[in-house]
Design a protein around this ligand. Structure first.
Ligand code: FES
Length: 107
């Protein structure tokens, strides 16, 4: 699967990841700046916040209760439609590619 991380300065990190890997893990493994993943994927830190780009919003898993709560604690403002926690979205057959914007800050 492939994730394109779009940074605020226009740079793009294109990352290849195995099926079953989360957006957060794919970013951390490849050293993508701006994605921290402090809690290790437990939906408890919000440092993996991303803004999902169209047309990838349709078909994503629903926002869970923990994710919803943490999205109220992000460093950059939550976007009602596009904000997600990168650790809660898994890449795979259902999601072979996704493009996300990386927030300017996670702290
Ligand atoms: Fe902590 Fe996603 S890695 S909430």
């Amino acid at each position: 699967a492939k994730v394109n991380f779009h940074h605020q300065d226009g740079a793009v990190d294109a990352v290849e990841a195995e099926s079953g890997t989360s957006i957060m893990r794919a970013a951390v493994r490849s050293g993508v700046r701006g994605i921290v993943g402090e809690c290790g994927g437990q939906a408890m830190c919000a440092t993996c916040h991303v803004y999902v780009r169209e047309p990838f919003l349709d078909g994503l898993p629903e926002i869970g209760e923990d994710e919803d709560e943490m999205l109220e604690c992000t460093a950059e403002p939550r976007d009602a439609r596009r904000s997600r926690l990168g650790c809660q979205i898994e890449l795979g057959a259902d999601l072979p590619q996704i493009d996300v914007d990386v927030p300017a800050s996670q702290v």
